[in-house]
Design a protein around this ligand. Structure first.
Ligand SMILES: [Zn+2]
Length: 171
């Protein structure tokens, strides 16, 4: 009944590596839309995956397994040691809730992007636009009409190049 430590860490590794990709996808799409962000700010509750400081918005990209999404797709609790995994996942889900509440109390808007919802890139882009663009007036992909009053220097969107870890250097 007891799972060997090796077996367990093998499972964890397999899940973990599947888990990190969705984050990269959402980041690269946000980047492509011209939004600037930081990753994994340790000073914020729950260490949000993507932080749009100027907009005061954060995104969590959650793997369905680890964070207990009830989508039924990502939830495949290993038959062995079910209670061990259950407990872990429930703990994660509680922590997520607490972090989101704390962020909201600090005035941050929070969006959760679930792994299972990332298959359709167009939908992800639409969600990103909706979440990030709703109040900011920022339309990075369209050329904004020049108003002739350049009081705020608008930073040009980055069109290509690497996304990677540039944003982490100061964090
Ligand atoms: Zn899911």
């Amino acid at each position: 009944m007891a799972q060997t430590p090796e077996a367990r860490s093998r499972i964890m590794r397999a899940i973990k590596s599947r888990d990190t990709k969705p984050e990269l996808l959402v980041r690269s799409l946000a980047h492509r839309l011209g939004f600037r962000f930081r990753v994994c700010r340790k000073d914020l509750p729950g260490n949000p995956d993507i932080v749009f400081a100027r907009l005061r918005k954060v995104i969590f990209v959650h793997g369905c397994f680890w964070h207990g999404h009830d989508c039924g797709k990502g939830v495949r609790i290993p038959a062995q040691n079910r209670s061990y995994w259950n407990e872990k996942i429930v703990r994660n889900a509680r922590r997520d809730e607490a972090a989101q509440a704390a962020l909201a109390a600090l005035g941050w808007k929070v969006a959760v992007f679930w792994e299972c919802g990332l298959k359709d890139e167009k939908m992800v882009v639409a969600r990103l636009r909706e979440f990030l663009g709703e109040q900011s007036g920022q339309r990075p992909l369209k050329h904004p009409p020049q108003t002739g009053k350049p009081k705020l220097a608008r930073q040009p969107p980055i069109r290509s190049g690497t996304i990677s870890t540039k944003a982490t250097s100061t964090g």
